[in-house]
Design a protein around this ligand. Structure first.
Ligand code: GAR
Length: 202
């Protein structure tokens, strides 16, 4: 299966997925493209190291959201991409874009959705004082950090944890959970009923 990873920042999840493919735990997947909307993102350098092609698309360089998304779609078609994997891509797609890829866009979020949506989820959960938070991997629909949940795992927040300790715990979990969730999607193991993932086939 041909994957495009979408990222805007560091790319630690991008690297975790590359590693999982290289070590054989995510067989059947190939990353053909990185789509990045931030020219300064570390993930661009990381893709270069792994010899993965990058499409850099800066929203401000386009007349509107439609032309921005058209440029992305054109390249995804040219690369024959089957699955869009959002890994810290801090931008929303239009409902039309999402409709063009039904159940083909996946996202990871560093909290237990539907709690703490948005771009500062770990900090928001920490500041709220939650005792349990976690990571969610889900199919993407037209709403922000929303759609059928594929996998979700918890992280305990201990009284002595600082924000940076919690960030480390969340990222460590993300790097395990995202390859596991992608494996279920790629191997077509998910049972979906209506808007819910209701089980996993063996
Ligand atoms: C990850 O923690 C991911 O869950 C989060 O951005 C980070 C990207 O880190 N995504 C969101 O907050 C989406 N709402 P990375 O660039 O090191 O993979």
């Amino acid at each position: 299966m041909n994957i495009a990873i979408f990222a805007s920042g560091k790319g630690s999840n991008f690297c975790a997925i590359v590693r999982a493919i290289k070590n054989g735990s995510l067989s059947g997947a190939r990353i053909s493209l990185l789509v990045c909307d931030n020219p300064h993102a570390l993930v661009i350098r990381r893709a270069k190291q792994f010899k993965i092609k990058t499409l850099l698309v800066v929203r401000e360089d386009f007349y509107n959201q439609v032309s921005f998304e058209q440029a992305i779609i054109q390249r995804l078609k040219a690369e024959k991409i089957d699955l869009l994997v959002l890994a810290g891509f801090m931008r929303m797609f239009s409902a039309g874009f999402v409709r063009s890829f039904p159940r083909k866009i996946i996202n990871i979020h560093p909290a237990l959705l539907p709690a703490f949506k948005g771009t500062k989820a770990i900090r928001d959960a920490f500041d709220y004082g939650v005792k349990i938070t976690g990571v969610t991997v889900h199919f993407v629909d037209a709403l922000m950090d929303h759609g059928p949940i594929i996998l979700q795992e918890t992280v305990r927040v201990l009284p002595q944890d600082t924000l940076s300790v919690l960030e480390k715990k969340i990222h460590t979990l993300e790097h395990q959970l995202y390859p596991q969730a992608l494996k279920l999607v790629i191997k077509k193991k998910l049972k979906i009923s209506g808007r819910k993932v209701v089980g996993v086939t063996r």
